[in-house]
Design a binder for this molecule. Structure first.
Ligand code: C5P
Length: 202
């Protein structure tokens, strides 16, 4: 039901957020960073709330804090994301977003597999762990966060392992997803390739 949906999944710092934003801007689609939902739940749990309650009570304002980008919140997000009740509480919001009439791009871990299995275009964006850690390190230190490359690499590897091995909605490519490896591909070239795929599917 609803509009044109682009589902973009992949591991942490693969470039999927940058690609998603560029595609949404190019086509005039709405964009939802679904990782932010899990980060916001993780942040509330670090503040002492129960995960399921945090997920059920999530509001727009909760998604706007800069603190959601910290590695501590990312780890907690990945822990709460393994809980079926948390995922269930966030499903309807994501599906309604995907059904917007004007088109939508959603990125995350389970968009093509669980949230929007009917998406018209599915991408699975990857890159080597080293390249992903370097990108995330540049991003976090650029925001003034005190992190080391080693910490960022360890964070990315720990989250990927937890996200890929969990029982509920694990990180994996949908059978019909197109893979884009950005290890040696410039983001602009990845975007250009994705634009062609979307044009062909419209
Ligand atoms: O994408 P981002 O790194 O911000 O996501 C933070 C965490 O949220 C991930 O490590 C993952 O555990 C979880 N997540 C998820 N499903 C999504 C998006 C994010 O489980 N669709």
């Amino acid at each position: 039901t609803g509009g044109f949906t682009v589902a973009i999944d992949g591991p942490a710092a693969s470039g999927k957020g940058t690609i998603s934003r560029a595609l949404a801007a190019h086509f005039g689609f709405a964009y939802l960073d679904t990782g932010l939902l899990y980060r916001a739940v993780g942040a509330k749990v670090l503040d002492g709330m129960m995960p399921e309650v945090a997920a059920r009570q999530l509001e727009k304002d909760d998604l706007e804090s800069d603190a959601l980008r910290s590695p501590e919140v990312a780890q907690e997000a990945s822990r709460v994301a393994a809980l079926p009740e948390v995922r269930a509480a966030l499903t309807d919001f994501q599906r309604s977003f995907a059904a917007r009439a004007g088109g939508a791009v959603l990125d995350g871990r389970d968009i093509g597999t669980v949230i929007c299995p009917e998406a018209q275009v599915k991408l699975f964006v990857t890159a080597s762990a080293e390249v992903r850690a370097q990108r995330r390190y540049a991003e976090l230190s650029g925001k003034g966060m005190a992190v080391t490359l080693e910490q960022v690499l360890a964070d990315v590897l720990a989250r990927d392992a937890r996200d890929s091995t969990r029982e509920e909605a694990p990180l994996k490519p949908a059978a019909d997803a197109v893979r884009i490896d950005t290890t040696e591909l410039a983001i602009a070239d990845a975007v250009a390739a994705a634009v062609k795929l979307i044009e062909a599917a419209q």
